[in-house]
Unconditional design. Structure first.
Length: 375
């Protein structure tokens, strides 16, 4: 009887052990699945952050906020080397500690990590200790993981995540952290191109308009506030003839007068830039193509009735040879001719592709064409 009871108890215990093992595997499987789902959400959030209408700095801060929220990280800091110095691009640590955080690359404890492109885990053993790189603070971080960041094998900075608990990262899934790190690198790699565009934006000498590059940075930020917009490109088709038959100075004045007229007659919500040479772009943010045709027709009609000429002061500033040419040929009056082409732009698609299509149309159009074409 006792033997039977023992056998039953053993079987029950074995059954419970097997059940616990099964439950543990299911829980672990669920955790892994949940982590994969979290990673997918983070990647999606990262992509949304990249596509948002914001500056490079704002995007980097956004992805750092996503890391802190999604992975419940106590402190997260992204430091990037800009070619001259290290800058804290995003951090939820108090700014008074940023000098220490942007100098971690100088510390021996992290130099090996940078040279070998591998993460470095540092921690203290009890609450009374502090991490050695914390010069002005004592109780904030007790453990940290340092990740050097590389783009195409070129070191560009680091990401450091910190906790206020000793040994808090002892059992962390490093594969997940590597995925996070690679996502950070992907975002930095994407926004670096935007940063380049933002830094080379300039204003045209004659018109005071922004150059083409403005469209891909701040301009796109404005345009992408709307689902659909209309992009218009126009070309002064007879500018070369004006330069040759009159003077280049008169040609410059034609460009200036046309620019002034359009700037004074469009909404401040729209973007007007000098694209290249005699080509200009107007981005009608949030407006569909059929709504801009009447305005463009009126604008074209008004500009093509302008009679633009150099005044006496401008003529006197020219050389004697140019004065002689003006008097001889009686060509001190220019009447501009314009050719317009428009196309719809949808948020999230390639603005540069739309502009390329418009430019190709104008470049291949007959020199005598003077119309408004929707493509």
């Amino acid at each position: 009887m006792i033997t039977a009871v023992v056998v039953i108890l053993v079987l029950i215990i074995l059954g419970l052990v097997f059940y616990n093992i099964t439950i543990h595997k299911k829980i672990q499987k669920f955790k892994n699945m949940n982590q994969r789902i979290t990673n997918l959400y983070v990647v999606q959030d990262f992509m949304n952050a990249i596509g948002e209408t914001s500056t490079v700095e704002e995007k980097i801060k956004k992805i750092n906020d996503i890391l802190i929220e999604r992975y419940e990280i106590k402190y997260s800091t992204i430091v990037v080397f800009d070619g001259t110095e290290y800058q804290v691009k995003a951090s939820n640590v108090d700014k008074r500690h940023w000098d220490a955080l942007r100098s971690l690359h100088d510390l021996d404890m992290f130099k090996d990590s940078i040279e070998s492109a591998t993460p470095k885990y540092v921690t203290v053993n009890n609450e009374s200790e502090r991490l050695s790189y914390q010069k002005m603070e004592f109780g904030r971080a007790k453990s940290a993981i340092f990740f050097p960041l590389y783009i195409d094998n070129v070191y560009i900075g680091y990401w450091i995540m910190e906790s206020g608990t000793p040994h808090d990262f002892d059992n962390v899934d490093t594969t997940v952290l590597e995925v996070i790190k690679e996502n950070i690198v992907s975002v930095l790699k994407t926004v670096v191109h935007q940063k380049t565009l933002e830094s080379i934006v300039r204003k045209d000498l004659f018109t005071g308009l922004y150059s083409e590059e403005y469209l891909y940075g701040e301009g796109k930020k404005i345009i992408d506030q709307y689902t659909i917009s209309t992009i218009c490109m126009f070309k002064i088709t007879n500018i070369q003839k004006i330069n040759q038959e009159c003077t280049r100075e008169l040609g410059n004045k034609v460009i200036t007068k046309i620019s002034e007229y359009i700037k004074n007659n469009i909404s401040s919500e729209y973007i007007f830039v000098r694209y290249m040479g005699p080509k200009f772009v107007i981005a009608f943010s949030g407006v569909e193509a059929n709504a801009v045709v009447d305005f463009l027709n009126d604008t074209k009609e008004k500009i093509e009735t302008m009679k633009i000429q150099l005044d006496d002061k401008e003529i006197s500033e020219l050389s004697l040879n140019i004065n002689s040419k003006l008097n001889k040929n009686n060509k001190n009056i220019a009447i501009p001719k314009l050719n317009f082409v428009i196309s719809s732009y949808y948020k999230g698609t390639g603005l540069e592709e739309v502009l390329k299509k418009l430019e190709e149309y104008l470049d291949n159009a007959d020199i005598e064409e003077s119309d408004i074409t929707n493509i």
